[in-house]
Design a protein around this ligand. Structure first.
Ligand SMILES: [Fe+2]
Length: 187
């Protein structure tokens, strides 16, 4: 990705070393700047929109850059109409911003104390549509950032995501609120 030329990589390195409460607003600013970079949109995002028209049935990560020491990961997601993730969390902090189309984010609150294996009781806390004009959304690691992202619209959507360093060995957890179930997600 063009974004990972020297100055941006240095900024990402810096953000990933910060405590989560300072890292998240910096990550959001980084993504907001990226969204306003016309060259980035033209070179990286528009080709994805063209290539995704009718070609894919599932959402996918079209580009990603993982820092060699695992301290951050920058990813471009493509969301064809009607696609969406499971309800999940990450073992790192995360920030994302919609760059084209609209994505729906649903955020959940965990009601149980995590003491029963494979069991999690969730309640939906809020849902919000995010478009390119709406800025970045941020999630805390683990229980503080349980969410689902989807594209219920009719246009392809593209979003850029930045994840910080992992705090656990696994990538995160997947939830099934219909049966109060949770399990670890490996890579
Ligand atoms: Fe996520």
């Amino acid at each position: 990705m063009r974004v990972l030329l020297e100055p941006e990589a240095a900024e990402l390195e810096k953000i990933s070393g910060l405590p989560v409460e300072t890292a998240l607003p910096r990550a959001a600013r980084f993504l907001n700047r990226l969204a306003e970079d016309r060259a980035f949109i033209e070179e990286e995002v528009l080709p994805l929109l063209r290539e995704a028209q009718g070609a894919q049935e599932e959402w996918y990560v079209a580009r990603r850059y993982d820092d060699p020491d695992g301290s951050y990961s920058l990813q471009l997601f493509v969301w064809p109409p009607g696609t969406g993730t499971r309800v999940h969390d990450h073992s790192s902090w995360g920030a994302y911003r919609c760059l084209a189309g609209t994505v729906l984010e649903e955020r959940y609150e965990r009601l149980d104390d995590g003491s029963i294996p494979d069991h999690a009781r969730l309640k939906r806390a809020w849902r919000l549509d995010w478009g390119p004009e709406h800025g970045a959304s941020t999630v805390l690691p683990g229980d503080g950032g349980i969410h689902r992202v989807s594209n219920p619209g009719e246009e392809v959507a593209v979003s850029v995501h930045l994840y910080g360093p992992r705090l656990r060995e696994v990538d995160g957890r997947d939830y099934d609120p219909s049966r109060d179930y949770v399990c670890d997600r490996r890579d």
